[in-house]
Design a protein around this ligand. Structure first.
Ligand code: FES
Ligand code: FES
Length: 214
């Protein structure tokens, strides 16, 4: 019986710990599976919760200046600046591309700084000055950057163009248009699926070199 193992001692403690760990992992896997594959009951409960949350969302007042005009609005706290501009103010020049902050199509200026309006909550804009592509021209006179985009053929389908132009204006204002490389770097947040990049760079360089007011 010398070689027979007893039921106590360090080895058994390890067995107990191992067993606890296995149980823990099994329970965690089960919970993860439930969370990832909700059944009808879970979905129904989630929808119910969504409705309750939506009901709690009271509209909030929002005062902001858009393209020089004061706007007194009532918005849901979850509304993005992009949706407010497009759906409440009918300023559809600002485009919704990815809605995830990855394409730059929704670029506008907030107090002169370029932002992705799809990532900006409207309620954060209280008291701010917003400029959209519609506010860039002075009456019938196009902004120099708009003229340069036309002259250099800086677009094809045009979907990304409002965002490109708003970014381009900010790029020069920021002092980030010193070279082609710098322009490409600081315009890299604006994606153009038509690949009009060389012409966009030419347009920006012309405005920068011409010293036009931006
Ligand atoms: Fe805002 Fe793409 S729509 S970054
Ligand atoms: Fe078509 Fe840029 S001009 S996506």
């Amino acid at each position: 019986m010398e070689n027979e193992k007893t039921c106590t001692g360090p080895e058994n403690e390890l067995d107990v710990k191992d067993s606890s760990r296995r149980n823990f992992l099994k329970q965690s896997s089960l919970l993860t599976a439930v969370a990832l594959t909700p059944g009808a009951a879970v979905k129904a409960a989630a929808m119910h919760v969504d409705e309750k949350i939506a009901a709690v969302f009271e509209k909030m007042p929002l005062k902001m200046e858009v393209n020089g005009k004061q706007q007194n609005l009532s918005v849901e706290p979850r509304s993005t600046l992009l949706d407010i501009l497009r759906e409440q103010l009918d300023l559809t020049g600002t485009k919704k591309g990815c809605d995830y902050g990855q394409c730059g199509a929704c670029t506008v200026h907030v107090d002169g700084i370029r932002v992705n309006s799809c990532l900006t909550l409207g309620v954060m804009m209280n008291g701010k000055k917003i400029t959209t592509i519609e506010g860039l021209a002075k009456g019938d006179k196009l902004h120099p950057m708009q003229e340069a985009f036309i002259k250099h053929d800086g677009f094809q389908c045009g979907y990304c163009t409002p965002g490109q132009i708003m970014s381009a204006v900010a790029c020069i204002r920021e002092g980030h248009a010193g070279s082609e490389t710098e322009i490409r770097e600081y315009m890299s947040g604006n994606i153009c699926r038509c690949g009009a990049y060389p012409n966009i760079v030419n347009a920006i360089q012309e405005v920068k070199d011409g010293g036009q007011t931006v």
